[in-house]
Design a protein around this ligand. Sequence first.
Ligand code: NCD
Length: 312
Amino acid sequence: MASRFLGRHIITAKQFTREDLHQIFQHALEMRRIVTTEGATSLLHGKMLALIFYEASSRTLGSFDAAAKRLGAETIIPSPGMHYSSVIKGENLSDTVRTFEALSDALVLRHPKRGSAAEAARVLRKPLLNAGDGDGEHPTQALLDLFTIFLRRGAIDGLTFVMAGDLRYGRTIHALFYLLRHYRVKIHLVAPEPLGLTLDHWKEFHGLGLDLTEYQTLGSAMGCADVLYVTRVQKERFPDRPELFEQVRGSYVVTPALLDQAKDDLVLMHPFPRNDEIAPEVDQDPRAAYFEQIENGLYVRMALLGLVLGKI
Ligand code: NCD
């Protein structure tokens, strides 16, 4: 039976049902088995994936590239950052993605504008995966985040989340919220005042049934956290207000002293890159899960590629 993901775009975390998530996680577990025992498979042999990144990326670009190659596919990466592509000559997004559609079997797009993935998908027949659209969403990151929690804790229902950092512009957080609506969880928000959730987002997430509470400091929310998810201030999203970055940087920092107040089985997460939000000494703490997130991203993206290309 063909998967219901065959040929589908992955644009928003809103598109997944709870059932979908568990299906993806089962495939991701199988991908982990393949990678750890055999290293690679030829499931996508002969397939070509175009990785179109208009914005900086280390993990997401590397992860999709590695996922494709571990599945036996090849990748085209048109001039990272698109600096030497025809975008410089004024080519529009539609022409660029249709060009790479003609050369590949599926596309991955990262773009600084919210809504760009949906916009690009409208002109495509082959599947497009959103690898981050401005301050919009980052659905594959949300999947790998949830998969990491699932692996660490065995279940999502019943957990208390503390989400700290840039809740306004943090696309990984927005996407994760759309997945968390399928579970019975509590969410505590800790953000410097100008970077809290927008009213629109607050209303939307509340309307989806999420149980949200604001906290002033990380310390006050720590004791009850099962998951602490920390993000970087997305300073590139407000280039005209550099003083804001200076004002908020360092306003929440995870240190060994802070973790003394946390549960022993806390899952400490960060989508990376980090700035000053997590002290490097914390990396030794077994509760730190951020390097695991990166590894799990490989398995989740392998699963997604296999699904949208109809090979699993
Ligand atoms: C994030 C992103 O680009 O949205 N990183 C990632 O993809 N793992 C978060 C960030 O840039 O801070």
